[in-house]
Ligand binder design. Structure first.
Ligand SMILES: Cc1cccc(C)c1Nc1c(-c2c(F)cccc2F)nc2cccc(C)n12
Length: 233
């Protein structure tokens, strides 16, 4: 059984990705608001819109720090961001939800999300996903790399040069695989479980699109950034 080792350049790559992931967090005041006094359904939705908007900003900043991303064709950069935004945001909010919140805060946040006018058919898969991510107890490195792997998915709609995206994604996948072996030695299937989450993520794109439409129908307002990333309005 050969020894799994992280090379010097993989060490450097991991530091870049983790620093970028850590650097760009949702401002505390935004998340704090969700935990304050009782809100109405309308108010909850407005707060979630604020959090979603700052999550998109965080996503864009993180993506710009992925080595090689900014040297991709500009239209491909946009196609990758638009194609992965929902999945990256589900991943990030799942991680914030399952590990960053002090005890008791998670329930309050869950309550706010449930009382924001979102239909039950979306709430169930959302919290099922949060739970399945939480059960993985991912390390910060794994979270950051899995998010980078998700963003660098070559077969997003409208990506022209899939080959180059694949060349960027490969070293991330290799590094993530090694990390899983090193950080979860008792669980040889851990890496496969992580990739299984990416499959589950893809199904959530559909729910999210439905949710956007139902909000539009009920004349909910979005921010310009959310309209731009999801082509609404
Ligand atoms: C911040 C948040 C947390 C949990 C559930 C939800 C519904 C939200 N908010 C939104 C999300 C969204 C997200 F930001 C992360 C994960 C899944 C998501 F559905 N997407 C959008 C798009 C337009 C408006 C909002 C309010 N919105």
């Amino acid at each position: 059984k050969e020894k799994v080792e992280i090379t010097k350049e993989q060490e450097a790559l991991m530091k870049l990705i983790v620093d970028a992931y850590n650097k760009h967090q949702i401002p505390q005041d935004v998340t704090k608001k969700l935990l304050q006094e009782q809100y109405s359904t309308e108010e909850n939705f407005i707060l979630l819109t604020e959090i979603a908007t700052s999550q998109v900003q965080v996503l864009v900043e993180f993506t710009k720090n992925i080595p090689g991303f900014l040297s991709l064709d500009h239209e491909d950069q946009i196609a990758l961001l638009k194609g992965s935004a929902v999945e990256a945001m589900f991943l990030r909010s799942a991680q914030v939800f399952s590990r960053k919140m002090p005890i008791g805060h998670t329930e309050v946040l869950e309550e706010r999300i449930r009382k924001s006018g979102i239909s039950e058919e979306f709430i169930t898969p959302l919290f099922n996903f949060y739970k399945s991510v939480g059960e993985l107890h991912m390390s910060l490195e794994e979270q950051a790399l899995l998010t980078a792997v998700t963003i660098l998915t070559p077969d997003r709609p409208y990506v022209k040069d899939q080959q180059t995206v694949e060349l960027l994604q490969e070293p991330m996948v290799d590094l993530l695989k090694k990390l899983c072996v090193l950080q979860h030695p008792q669980e040889p299937q851990y890496f496969a479980r992580l990739l299984g989450r990416l499959t589950e993520l893809r199904t959530l794109n559909h729910y999210h699109a439905e949710m956007l439409t139902s909000w539009r129908v009920n004349d909910h307002k979005f921010t310009p950034l959310l309209c731009e990333i999801w082509d609404v309005q």
